[in-house]
Design a protein around this ligand. Structure first.
Ligand SMILES: Cc1cc2nc3c(=O)[nH]c(=O)nc-3n(C[C@H](O)[C@H](O)[C@H](O)COP(=O)(O)OP(=O)(O)OC[C@H]3O[C@@H](n4cnc5c(N)ncnc54)[C@H](O)[C@@H]3O)c2cc1C
Length: 402
């Protein structure tokens, strides 16, 4: 291996980054994990958030990948995987979307075919459109992926389910046999994320890598449902609770920059008895913009606590009593909030930028990174139009019952 990063081949760069990450994780693990109580509910990992904030790339690993496994794996699987996942000994991503299908999850094409002889699933990408496309941290960063694939036993199809698939060797960080991944390339924003693609060529994984918290496939290939399968999408629900929170933080930054600038910036000598120009925040139109944006920031922060508690209450009820009654209303509220707040974040950050005049268009204002980041929110974790339709469907159901 050469010493200069730019002179390395892509696979040498990959190996170099993995070793560096491993080193940093080992250091941070000592700082953050020695006193951690693993008995804490896995879907409420506040301490993980602290750890993730110290380590680039760990946000999706801990909040998408880890929470998805905590929500969908059986107790035995959680005991097997979660300690290593929380300690970032393996790094994972949430691999649902494909080139051909994003919103229409039921039409995903990646297959997971049970091989009774070897007690394994064979993960396969049968078409170009079945390539996984978009998962955050999939291209270069992750050693493992939670892959959503069509479960096939015999010739029968049992729906789309999540499987834990190892992508890379943990020592060399080279792709395992049959796996290919890469970065999808430049995006409009969200540059900190390695959004990736993946293809699987008859990749074999143990049968027990299928998430079995609410279904079971036994050694003979018998499929059994043990809960409401909509729980498979609780990982997206938890991400939506976080989105409400992140929209609050993002819009807060834009509003803070805008208000500070508006207090300092002066235009027109309109103050009676003074030769001073007037701060632009004195103008009613500017106040209207920033007061309504500031109010939205407060609402987002308050509602992020509300949605987090609501989601946790639902998950506790599911795990403790196997009752799924709160899923419909929780999904309704989270989908609706996701739409309202991501639109407010995206449009509000742009409004805050424009209310700073030319200065808001200069990259040094700091708006550019915020606006680019905000532009991804209405799309990921369920496109807003589709989410709004889902939120409305619940109301129509209630109306039909009334
Ligand atoms: C920055 C970023 C990060 C992402 N991270 C991940 C990740 O970590 N893991 C992952 O699996 N995926 C990830 N995604 C993918 C994301 O979840 C999908 O892009 C999203 O679900 C939309 O799917 P699509 O791109 O296929 O759009 P499409 O489904 O093709 O939608 C395109 C347009 O058609 C409209 N449309 C589609 N269906 C309907 C309908 N029934 N009624 C009305 N309008 C409709 C939509 O509203 C949208 O405007 C990420 C995407 C982005 C942009």
């Amino acid at each position: 291996m050469t010493h200069k990063f730019v002179e390395m081949t892509p696979s040498e760069q990959q190996e170099f980054l993995w070793r560096k990450n491993k080193f940093l994780h080992t250091l941070n693990r000592k700082r953050y994990f020695d006193d951690v109580k693993m008995s804490q509910p896995p879907y409420r990992p506040h301490w993980i958030a602290i750890y993730s904030a110290q380590m680039p790339g760990l946000g999706l690993h801990q909040q998408g990948f880890a929470t998805a496994i905590a929500g969908m794996a059986s107790e035995e699987q959680k005991a097997r995987w979660l300690p290593g996942i929380y300690r970032a000994e393996i790094l994972g991503c949430y691999a649902q979307t494909e080139l051909g299908h994003g919103s229409d999850v039921a039409s995903l094409e990646t297959t997971a075919t049970f091989d009774r002889e070897t007690d394994e699933f064979i993960i396969h990408s049968p078409t170009v459109s079945s390539s996984k496309f978009w998962p955050g941290e999939m291209g270069r960063f992750s050693s493992h992926a939670l892959v959503y694939a069509k479960l096939i036993i015999g010739k029968k199809f049992f729906g789309v389910h999540p499987f834990l698939v190892q992508l890379r060797d943990l020592e060399t960080y080279k792709h395992l046999k049959g796996v290919k991944t890469g970065d999808i390339g430049p995006k409009v924003g969200y540059f900190s994320k390695d959004n990736g693609w993946a293809r699987f060529e008859q990749v074999r994984i143990p049968r027990t890598n299928l998430m079995m918290g609410f279904i079971n496939v036994d050694r003979e290939g018998n499929f059994k449902k043990t809960g409401d399968l909509r729980v498979l999408y609780t990982a997206m629900m938890v991400m939506r609770t976080l989105i409400v929170q992140f929209c609050g933080y993002g819009l807060q930054k834009a509003v803070l920059i805008g208000i500070r600038y508006n207090v300092m910036r002066r235009q027109f000598q309109t103050i009676h008895g003074s030769t001073q120009e007037r701060p632009i925040l004195d103008y009613q139109t500017q106040r209207h913009i920033y007061s309504s944006l500031l109010a939205k920031v407060f609402v987002m922060h308050v509602n992020s606590t509300y949605t987090t508690n609501m989601f946790q209450g639902m998950m506790e009820e599911i795990w403790e009593t196997r009752q799924f009654g709160k899923m419909d209303s929780t999904h309704h509220i989270l989908s609706g909030f996701k739409v309202i707040y991501t639109d407010d974040y995206c449009d509000g950050a742009e409004e805050a930028r424009r209310a700073c005049g030319g200065a808001g268009y200069a990259a040094f204002s700091g708006f550019r990174a915020i606006n680019e980041n905000a532009s991804a929110y209405p799309t990921f974790e369920g496109d807003n139009t589709v989410m709004m339709a889902q939120a409305s469907r619940y109301l129509f159901k209630l109306l039909a019952k009334a």
